[in-house]
Design a protein around this ligand. Structure first.
Ligand code: PLP
Length: 859
């Protein structure tokens, strides 16, 4: 796409702003004329461009700025209402917010998508082309970051006062390209041209201390209380960048506040005076590195210290911000936990427990016991993983070096906590060792999940099965001590982005038969059930799916050389590449199918296009090798003319939210094939279901609940369940025995190991094959035959297209439970105890112009 290309022809005469006579305000109006006028206004008066030379990107920015005005009008009203009411506020703290492109979603939520398309058309512009100009803000790795973004959408839609707190990474998750079949990582420069949605608040700034040491001394006067002073080794300044997040069909834009690091002063004056200009500039650059880059997950070694600094940095800024807001409303912090509740999205922000203690005790002079009781009533913690290696911990020496005062505070919390444990469970030394916030076995570590559990009043998992496994395995000791703290909150996704915006064709068809109310009341999709038996409706349903497949075909054609066949079943696996997610099990099926099609060209199976997408962490060699295996198999099958119209494999590079919009609506089959007990929930599975794909999956994460909702006859189940996995592990799993016992499995593995896909090179995939035969941590070989048999059932069902369509309709009709609105309602009622606050839209009036008092307050 060429930025220099002119946006569209035939615009010159009409662009004389004088011709517009509409009465609507060009800052706030939602009609066609007001929007046209606003775009021209932004182009000329904000970007200093005129239409004849404007690029597509210029027009995108102008439209985004016009839309932003409409958000800000509502935002100001919202901020004022919350302040006047002193509303209890949810603070969703997350190191990641994978928000995706904003323009389309904002148009949908403002209810002006079609009007805007019309306005653009009248200006000679194509809305879809402008939408495509927006860069993906890659501020997250995958599911966890996307969940935070879906939750912000639902919080605003449900009119809950909320702030999302996170980090403004200058470089988000890397852009993935494929070179010679391998993943290569390119830097993501999403801020190169700035973001029209981010508003800098340079005066909302806080100082963050790092490193140094602590000094303990008694106060000279009064009760001679012990005061601790943290003398930092360096200071960093955090400033706020705000993004409005508008709810659907309401006037509530909540705030996503992202912190950016800079040097506290532009120069270190001591160094400057000593004549060392470069050292001074260096210090500034150093400070800025804290928010430079998002770390890919699964990257265990890289940048440990910087990552800890990142986490502490954004958590401290956020808590200081909340304290500032509280002190604007009240004299002291005694009621802090009544005005704020903080949800910790995984352990990344869990240092907040120690930081709030430090702020209350050291900075605001509160007694420990009162501070601890406020802290414990403020935080709630969501766990996101069952993989033991993913439970965050910091080496004690590193932790102490970066956060010396927090080390002391954590020791104090730990001592008091272990006393509690001793009272609950006397004489159980082993339990104390297991539960301690400090791991003392070998190299010593701070266990962040333990800190989060001890410092929170509520702990939840993200799917029913996951929450059960937390209680029985991962956090068992804690559950035995505080059973009432634990609950389940099954994840959800927003239907505004993932159905209405991503799948307009299906949404339109649904609207026709059940009306529009489902968008904010997803259980109403059940009304679709009775249309599943209507042959005419089924034909329409297939027409919609076919058009979505054509759209994806065109999208994939833009970034790869392969042409995919829209007549085939689209069998899709998109998610981060990870051994536990088992993309290589999918490959074993593909190779099996290929072998059978070669052996019997008349084999009666459904023609398939298997589509993969997903990034591998740059330091995760096995995941990168899995991508190489996908591209190798795709290549060979692509070169075999006998496979034409029968089997095709593509790797669609750079899976992100923007691409996802085209993927989910086009999918026939959703691959959710992790080993049971490894995937906490998954949310991709829900997005597929809402778009009419059928799931082939294990009893893992939210798959279990998806199957319950849709009925077992509308779900393709295979593989071991959690008790079977545990039993197999207990009795000793020997993958090689499974290989030897199954001739077909042996054929498949031998093709890969023998260099069939790599022109005879037997070395490339050796680590992968050896791993499967000797370790197979995720038990692919044990689930292989069950998966192959299940894919056979999928194929048979697909060939009966009336039956398949019926199942597809029923999957959508029964997807209501997985709306993030349902999830957020549960959090609000059971954990956060917050109420909606309705925002009424009114124009600013003379009475609002009482600056003097306001200015006096702000100063
Ligand atoms: C939903 C989503 C994910 C999570 O996918 P899972 O299949 O649940 O792992 C990851 N990345 C993007 C871009 C998503 O939209």
């Amino acid at each position: 796409m060429n930025d220099k290309t002119k946006a569209g022809g035939g615009v010159s005469d009409e662009l004389n702003p004088g011709f517009l006579t509409g009465r609507e305000d060009r800052r706030t109006g939602l009609g066609v004329d007001a929007l046209k006028r606003a775009l021209l206004d932004k182009l000329v008066y904000v970007q200093a461009r005129f239409p004849q030379v404007a690029t597509r990107h210029d027009c995108f920015v102008a439209l985004a700025q016009a839309v932003r005005d409409r958000l800000l009008q509502r935002w100001v009203q919202t901020a004022r209402t919350y302040r006047d009411r002193g509303s209890r506020t949810v603070c969703y703290m997350s190191a990641e917010f994978l928000i995706g492109p904003q323009l389309g979603n904002n148009l949908i939520n403002l209810g002006i998508y079609d009007t805007t398309r019309q306005a653009m058309k009248e200006l000679g512009l194509d809305l879809e082309v402008l939408l495509d100009q927006e860069q993906e803000p890659g501020l997250g790795n995958g599911g966890l970051g996307r969940l935070a973004a879906c939750y912000l959408d639902s919080l605003a839609t449900l009119e809950i006062p909320a702030i999302g707190y996170g980090i403004r990474y200058e470089f988000g998750i890397f852009t993935q390209a494929i070179r010679d079949g391998w993943q290569v990582e390119l830097t993501d420069k999403w801020l190169r041209a700035g973001s029209p949605w981010l508003i800098h608040r340079p005066n909302i700034a806080f100082e963050i201390k790092l490193g140094g040491h602590t000094e303990h001394h008694y106060e000279a006067l009064g009760n001679r209380r012990l005061r601790v002073q943290w003398v930092p080794g360096k200071l960093v300044r955090g400033t706020a960048w705000d993004m409005p997040v508008l709810g659907f069909g309401v006037n509530t834009p909540n705030r996503l506040r992202l912190w950016s690091a800079e040097a506290p002063e532009s120069f270190d004056f001591a160094a400057f005076n000593a004549g060392n200009y470069f050292q001074a500039v260096d210090a500034q650059i150093c400070s800025e590195t804290i928010t430079k880059v998002l770390y890919p997950n699964d990257e265990t070694e890289a940048g440990q210290q910087l990552r800890l600094e990142q986490q502490y940095f954004f958590v401290s800024c956020s808590l200081q911000d909340m304290i500032r807001l509280q002190l604007q409303r009240e004299q002291n912090l005694d009621h802090f936990d009544e005005k704020f509740v903080v949800q910790l999205n995984d352990t990344h922000p869990s240092i907040a427990v120690a930081e709030l203690m430090r702020l209350l005790v050291d900075e605001y002079g509160m007694e420990w016991d009162q501070a601890w009781s406020i802290t414990r009533r403020t935080f709630a913690y969501t766990n996101h993983t069952l993989l033991p290696e993913a439970l965050e911990k910091w080496r004690l020496d590193l932790f102490r070096r970066v956060l010396p005062r927090h080390y002391e505070i954590i020791c104090e919390i730990n001592e008091r906590f272990l006393d509690e444990v001793r009272i609950h469970f006397p004489f159980d030394h082993d339990r104390l060792r297991r539960m301690s916030l400090i791991d003392e076995d070998g190299a010593r570590y701070v266990r962040m999940a333990h800190l989060a559990v001890v410092g929170s009043f509520a702990v939840n998992g993200v799917a029913a099965l996951h929450s059960e496994l937390l209680k029985s395995d991962v956090l068992r000791d804690f559950h035995e001590m505080w059973p009432e703290k634990f609950s389940n909150k099954t994840n959800g996704v927003t239907p505004r982005r993932f159905v209405l915006l991503a799948n307009p064709a299906m949404s339109g068809l649904i609207d026709e038969v059940i009306g529009k109310g489902w968008v904010t009341d997803m259980p109403r999709l059940r009304e679709l059930e009775r249309h599943a038996d209507d042959a005419a409706f089924r034909a329409e349903w297939r027409r919609v799916k076919a058009s979505n497949k054509l759209r994806l075909m065109r999208e994939i054609g833009r970034s790869t050389v392969v042409d995919i066949d829209p007549e085939t079943m689209f069998d899709v696996q998109v998610k981060r590449i990870h051994e536990y997610k088992r993309q290589h099990l999918n490959l074993l099926h593909i190779v099996s199918l290929y072998k059978r099609l070669k052996d019997d060209p008349n084999l009666d199976v459904a023609p398939r296009t298997v589509i993969f997408g997903g990034k591998a962490a740059p330091g995760y060699a096995m995941a990168k090798l899995m991508i190489r295996l996908i591209t190798a198999v795709a290549d060979l099958i692509g070169r075999d003319p006998a496979m034409r119209g029968k089997l095709q494999v593509v790797f669609y590079p750079n899976y992100n939210v923007k691409n996802a919009h085209a993927i989910f609506p086009a999918a026939d089959l959703s691959e959710q094939i992790s080993l049971a007990g490894k995937e906490a929930s998954g949310t991709g599975n829900m997005k597929f279901q809402m778009n009419g794909a059928l799931t082939i999956g294990t009893l893992d994460g939210a798959n279990v609940e998806i199957r319950e909702q849709v009925g077992e006859e509308n779900f393709f189940l295979f593989g071991m369940d959690v008790p079977q996995v545990k039993e197999l592990r207990r009795t000793g799993y020997r993958p090689r025995a499974w290989y030897e016992a199954n001739p077909h499995l042996r054929e498949v593995i031998d093709l890969i190991a023998g260099g069939f896909f790599t022109r005879g090179d037997r070395d490339i995939f050796r680590p992968l094959v050896d791993n499967l035969l000797n370790h197979d941590e995720y038990m692919l070989l044990a689930d292989f035959q069950s998966y192959i048999d299940c894919q056979e059932r999928v194929s048979t069902s697909y060939l009966d297209s009336e039956r398949w369509t019926r199942m597809s309709i029923l999957n959508v009709a029964r997807s209501g439970f997985f709306s993030s609105d349902r999830a957020i309602r549960e959090y609000c009622e059971q954990i956060w105890k917050v109420q909606p606050v309705r925002i009424e839209l009114s124009e600013l009036t003379g009475e609002d112009l009482v600056f003097r008092r306001a200015i006096a307050q702000a100063d």
